[in-house]
Design a binder for this molecule. Structure first.
Ligand code: SF4
Length: 567
């Protein structure tokens, strides 16, 4: 009997550890193969990839991003391979009797919850030509979890050296979450279960050799157990310089001084932290049963960002109960002020099986009835306001999260405050000009911002031109400046090379590797320019600055820069 476990990921870089766990659990029962596709492939490509394997059983791993595709594929497969048995599992079918696939005649079995015991049980029966009885069917389709994770066979035995180049590898040190946020599927599980540290270390060793540059811990609240978090960070620290980046989802409110002190000494770029703040309003947090420790969470995030060695990602969710558009603007301003490296404005999704899906009516939460079940409005926020926030989110992605405007964002913040109001106006402009309806090239973004500031905030044009030039050089790492950013019309290669000659001795102090290089070689790696801000502040660099295009910060992805003193 040949079994094909299929994952359809949302992007090529993603991988699906669930099908590897299932393969490990079932591989001594029958021939189990896995196949990964992405939602961006034509459906016929996925369909033909599955059919050409001539499977007896197809298992789909179902999520909000692929369930509609799975729905169609089940129908196509049953027509092409009438005897094929289709089994589905994953969060999108674990609740509401299989969700979108409930009662679907093309789906033979729906497995609810964790499948590492249920799938082998089912495959054994099918291999013997049997079918589950009524009680067994009930067990398969009722949500359940594996109580002892150490019983599970390692999925990482299938990960070969260099097999995950350019992709993200996923790892779990625990399952479940200690918290009970009502919009989250992880809150329906029965607390946290842990893998032994030996198993986690073994997995880290394998994935570190997989060629992946980012290893993501999928633990819902990685730092909920201080001792284990520190032990894993310690192990990662010992992996040394050539190790991939490790990504963690944490509750910043649970960080304490010991954890912060440890994280402070991590090498630059070795770890990334993702922290959900979601809202700063007590009533909202209380309504969704999130821990009310926002003050501490924000303060700890501020400390973490100030270390400068860790890429920090902070999240907010729009559309939560009791949060109006204006309330949301306060959440936005407080989180924005942290200047995290990535600031995600998400929208409430009313997921199948989540507690909030039962509370939607009293809260007046109206949401799309198809994946990803995103909010349309609630008692506190109108459809038009949600759409305005969508435009703000699009601008946040283009300007803030692209990482290409870090200094400009700080200059704007220092001068104007109220980042939400700034983004509100900017997004109206972007919408009016049609920039939100089509892709915009990175180079054009600098021009759009420059023109916008000239029009709306002419008193800031000088300083913003300076900061845009600084951002352009840091981010684009390109010595050819666009005309509107050229200072005093001077940008000729000859003039720039003269500057390098003039500042050579200072350059050798900050970048000793240049001592062995010719002027022409240095010209390709280093750019020197003068910056003069009218309004000075700590974040605005005045004087000569050298940009090292040959050395990019692993935290920000920007070229490193060094002050060379005054002209
Ligand atoms: S939102 Fe995060 S903290 Fe809350 S239950 Fe889900 S995983 Fe846990």
């Amino acid at each position: 009997m040949k079994v094909l476990l299929v994952a359809i990921n949302s992007q090529f870089v993603h991988t699906n550890p669930a099908i590897l766990y299932l393969k490990a659990a079932c591989s001594d029962i029958c021939d189990v193969q896995t196949a990964e596709f992405t939602i961006n492939e034509p459906i016929n490509h996925i369909y033909s990839g599955i059919v050409s394997e001539k499977p007896d059983v197809v298992g789909f791993s179902c999520y909000i991003w692929n369930i509609e595709l799975v729905y169609k594929l089940c129908e196509d497969l049953k027509k092409a391979l009438p005897n094929v048995i289709i089994v589905t599992g994953g969060p999108e079918v674990s609740f509401e009797n299989g969700g979108l696939l409930a009662g679907n005649k093309n789906v033979d079995y729906v497995i609810s919850g964790e499948g590492e015991e249920k799938l082998p049980f089912l495959l054994k029966l099918l291999k013997n030509g049997e079918k589950p009885n009524k009680e067994e069917m009930r067990w398969l389709s009722s949500y359940s979890e594996i109580s002892n994770l150490d019983k599970l066979r390692s999925p990482y035995v299938f990960v070969k050296k260099d097999s995950l180049k350019n992709r993200i590898a996923y790892i779990e040190a625990s399952r479940g979450c200690p918290f009970r946020c009502s919009y989250c599927i992880s809150s329906v599980t029965g607390g946290v279960r842990f893998f032994t540290l030996e198993k986690v270390f073994e997995a880290i060793d394998i994935l570190a050799e997989s060629g992946s540059r980012v290893i993501k811990f999928v633990d819902r609240t990685f730092n909920c157990n201080e001792k284990r978090a520190l032990a894993i960070w310690e192990y990662i620290l010992k992996k040394g310089n050539n190790s991939p980046v490790f990504h963690f989802e944490i509750d910043p409110g649970l960080l304490n001084d010991t954890m912060l002190d440890f994280l402070k000494k991590m090498p630059e770029g070795l770890v990334q932290m993702e922290a959900g703040i979601q809202s700063v309003h007590e009533k909202t947090l209380h309504a969704v049963q999130r821990p009310d420790n926002v003050g501490k969470a924000l303060e700890n995030l501020r400390k973490l960002i100030s270390f400068g060695n860790i890429h920090v990602h902070a999240d907010l969710i729009a559309g939560l109960p009791y949060e109006t558009y204006e309330d949301f603007s306060h959440s936005f301003n407080r989180v924005y002020a942290l200047f995290a490296h990535h600031f995600q404005l998400g929208f409430l999704k009313v997921l199948r099986g989540s507690r909030i899906s039962h509370e939607a009516e009293p809260y007046g939460i109206v949401y799309r009835s198809y994946p990803p079940y995103e909010i349309i409005c609630s008692r506190w926020i109108s459809p038009a306001e949600i759409l305005r926030l969508k435009d703000i989110e699009a601008c946040l992605e283009l300007f803030y999260n692209s990482g290409r405007f870090m200094l400009t964002m700080k200059v704007l913040y220092d001068s104007l405050g109220e980042p939400f109001s700034f983004y509100e106006k900017l997004s109206s402009h972007m919408r009016r000009e049609g920039y939100l309806d089509r892709p915009v090239k990175a180079l054009d973004l600098y021009m759009i911002m420059h023109d916008y500031i000239m029009r709306e905030y002419p008193f800031m044009v000088h300083d913003i031109t300076e900061s845009l030039r600084y951002d352009y050089l840091s981010s684009m790492k390109n010595p050819t400046l666009p005309q509107f950013l050229i200072k005093n019309g001077k940008a000729l290669k000859r003039e720039k090379q003269m500057l390098i000659s003039k500042y050579r001795d200072k350059l050798y102090i900050v970048l000793p590797r240049l001592k062995r290089k010719s002027l022409e070689e240095i010209w390709h790696e280093v750019y020197i320019d003068e910056f003069r801000f009218e309004n000075s502040s700590k974040s605005r660099p005045n004087g000569m600055i050298a940009f090292d295009f040959g050395d990019v910060s692993p935290v920000t992805g920007l070229a490193k820069s060094y002050p060379l003193g005054d002209v």
